[in-house]
Design a binder for this molecule. Sequence first.
Ligand SMILES: Cc1cc2nc3c(=O)[nH]c(=O)nc-3n(C[C@H](O)[C@H](O)[C@H](O)COP(=O)(O)OP(=O)(O)OC[C@H]3O[C@@H](n4cnc5c(N)ncnc54)[C@H](O)[C@@H]3O)c2cc1C
Length: 565
Amino acid sequence: MALVQQKMRIAAIAVLLLCSVAASVHGQQQQCRLGDSLAAELRSQLRPESLVLLPFSAAYRRDIVLRSTNFQSYPQVIVHPAKVKDVVAAVRFAAKNNLTVSVKGTGHDYNGRCSSDGSLNINTRLLNDVFFDVRQNKTFFGAGATFGDIIKPAVLKHGRAVVSGHDLTVGPGGCLLGGCHGALARLHGLGADNVQSIVLVTPTGQLVKASNRGVHQMNTLPNGDLDFKEGKQVTPDTSLFWALRGGGGGSLGVVVQFGMQLVPAPTAVQTVTVTWLLYDAQGKQIRDIFNAFVFNASFWQALGPHWAAWSVGSVPRNCSAPQGISSGTAASCAGQAALSFVCVGDDPLAVEKTPGIRAILNYRAPWVSDMTYYSTKTSYRSYYDFMYHNADTSNYQRQFVSNVFLSPQDMNPSATGRLFTALETMQRVAAVPLAGPDSFETLGFVVSLVGGGAVPGHPEAAKTSISRAFRTFAAELVLTAGGKDPAWDLRAYQAVSDAIAPLYKLYPGSYQNEVSSAEGFNRVPDWQARFWGDNVARLLAVKKQYDPQGRMVVPYGLGWSEQGQ
Ligand SMILES: Cc1cc2nc3c(=O)[nH]c(=O)nc-3n(C[C@H](O)[C@H](O)[C@H](O)COP(=O)(O)OP(=O)(O)OC[C@H]3O[C@@H](n4cnc5c(N)ncnc54)[C@H](O)[C@@H]3O)c2cc1C
């Protein structure tokens, strides 16, 4: 496979016309672009509304900016297909010219995996149609829609929702293919469990639908849109659908449409956030708070699936006004530790009726004067409006992220000690005080525990490739460091790398969508087993079957190790 890959790269270089060395986030980097005659050939195969962006143009430079600005790649050409038929044409063009293919939805991936050097990059942005079939309780949407594009009309027009991530700017491409957990996951399973069909262009250029009924051929209409009518069955084998739901984005084909289960939109969302201001730079307070979190984790796990999420986190900045809800709180506030709960359901008095939560609100720590709490009751729509705060590109920043899953058995006193050690390591290596005046604008870090794993008994669970560690976690420990200034990169990534390394040895599972890992930073030796558990061998077999030439290359993605990495 490595040889095939190398040949493809050599062939790709042969079709280049222009190369130049440019400054990049990784230092000096060679950028190459598709030759003019090939670019013209590609354009001639696409509808005029499709965009073809070549290196050195302003549009290309804008397009390669990713949400994690510490990652950047230089594809030879970027295509924004206007219609499904254009995706087929672009992938076939890549196959004919031995180009690798990368796929971009929103560019949110923490590892910048939606783009790769020298590839033909397909940006699905224009494929954003959303359809509802309320009688069948289903929605069909283009892979270029964001969760905001789907959930807003679902809630407003139909009183329904889909299981998504917490932030509506996230796209379904990466999220659903990697798992996708959010406020409704404990109630309805992961996003991936709720996907009922996936229409994709395979790496060999075939337009097919994968579902629990196997693989079917699909066609396009004369205007280039997808014809919803299923063609003939290619195979009853469901391995492709199994692999797509959990195997991660970008490696098995270009998804053009997801079909997903609609679920009732909760009518009441309550959030409870308890905030402790941190003045103690030695961290005694935060140790106590972590202790309280860990000791109560099994109780919170038993609260029932309407208690969607809880989290505790700390960040080393000053901030007086508590703000934010759910797991986003710690990241958007500063100088404090925050413990948050979200309850989604139909009972507006759920908080008052739950003694354990009342007990937290009544909890009086020695630093009681520094403790505030607030509770909100809102609609699901308003809750998501609140969470919809990341669309602005000014929020884009350099981010180094890693995580481990903690099982219910792991939530014990030793875990508190390890958490605290991780926090101290981050603090020491980043060289910022625990509760100092630093700003995330320069360098900051967050250690947070997000509870509320997916319901392990979901009927679709066995039909997806989600790892057992993901299915059953009691809390996901997430370490994040970063900011806007590249001058702090070294400290930020060293802080995450050093803090997570001992935890990798103890906890074997991590969420593939919330890890950044690059050359020299946080190299995760066991990344395949860590992301996919027992499913690695079968996933690699599916990758080989559908992408025999390794056309789709995703760093730390399916097949990457077989591609000579
Ligand atoms: C602010 C923020 C909040 C987040 N919140 C959550 C959360 O609450 N829950 C959660 O589970 N995750 C969350 N995540 C993580 C999120 O799941 C990942 O970042 C995910 O990779 C984003 O997918 P994307 O398609 O938007 O991004 P992209 O960077 O565009 O794509 C990510 C990966 O998917 C592939 N891909 C994208 N589109 C397609 C397609 N059409 N066909 C095939 N492959 C495709 C890409 O090639 C790439 O490998 C969050 C991330 C951010 C930045």
